[in-house]
Write a protein that binds this ligand. Sequence first.
Ligand code: AHG
Ligand code: MN
Ligand code: MN
Length: 344
Amino acid sequence: MTLALTLRQHLGQNAGKDPLRLAVASAVDALATACIDIADLIGRGALAGITGQAQGRNADGDLQKDLDVRADELIRQALKSVPFAALASEEAEAPEIRDMTAPICIAFDPLDGSSNIDSNMTIGTIFSIVVTPLEGQAAFTRPGTTQLAAGFAVYGPQTSLVLTLGDGVDIFTLDRDDKTYKAVRRRVQIPVDTAEYAINASNHRHWEQPVRDFIAECLAGVDGPRSKDFNMRWIGSLVAEAYRILARGGVFLYPADAREGYTDGRLRLVYEAHPMAFIVEQAGGAASTGRERILELAPRTIHQRVPLIMGSIEKVRRVELLHTDPNAASKTAPLFGRRGLFQV
Ligand code: AHG
Ligand code: MN
Ligand code: MN
């Protein structure tokens, strides 16, 4: 029986003797190790004093849970021995500047899906590694195409790490016996089409018309313009939705909506949408705002939000067409007129 490739072997094979790749490898290894500690903490839950209760608000105004803070601390601790120029976290207002001569900058969401902590649901950690900008340029202001690596951990029945180093997507599962990550899926590809979508449907009345039209087409099922029935999922953890899409395809939508503070959606470009878009595109999918490719967006601020539609490329392209060509909306489903399913 061939031994499964370990994460460290994968990182070493990719890095070779290249200084930049070696810096990326040391950062990914440190982040992955921190994720083992975070998984342990989550696994002990209330026994480790984790309640999921809010204890304040972060820089972006989100409720800050105890585990958000503990996960942030564990990651910073793990990165103490890693050479980086700048470190940005969802849980800190401004990036930490350490050594601008170091070759990489790291952005992370220490705990994604915080609203699920108290319900024992799958949550995760997301990270993005970019090359340090040239002298005089601020960190985390360049398009997502400058990423060197991106990944996320999912703390579910398995603790798994999804990783791209820019040459495909691989998935590693933590072997709890020897605390090593072992490859379980290599060069993952997202199915081109899908019959599954994920959106928080309670926001329907706040969506722009193109999103309403897309969801109406899905709801119309086999009698509608898509001529097939769809299934819906909404977990409330971006990492869990992304992992499912990598497993069986699908399209995830967190669009802009009319609520105050949501006109650019809910997800943050630097440490959620950029890394997810890098991974999804590397797996043959697409990631868009509905109008623009996520990876081409350059952040104006660290916590800038962005609409995110990602997953199976055929469905992402359909959502984009509905945004760019108002006549593209199917007229053939009278029940789902231009006002969308619920006549409001
Ligand atoms: P975070 O916990 O880091 O703030 O991320 C939560 C995000 C994302 O994981 C999820 O898809 C989305 O928020 C859920 O938003 P709603 O609660 O509005 O559905
Ligand atoms: Mn998040
Ligand atoms: Mn978070």
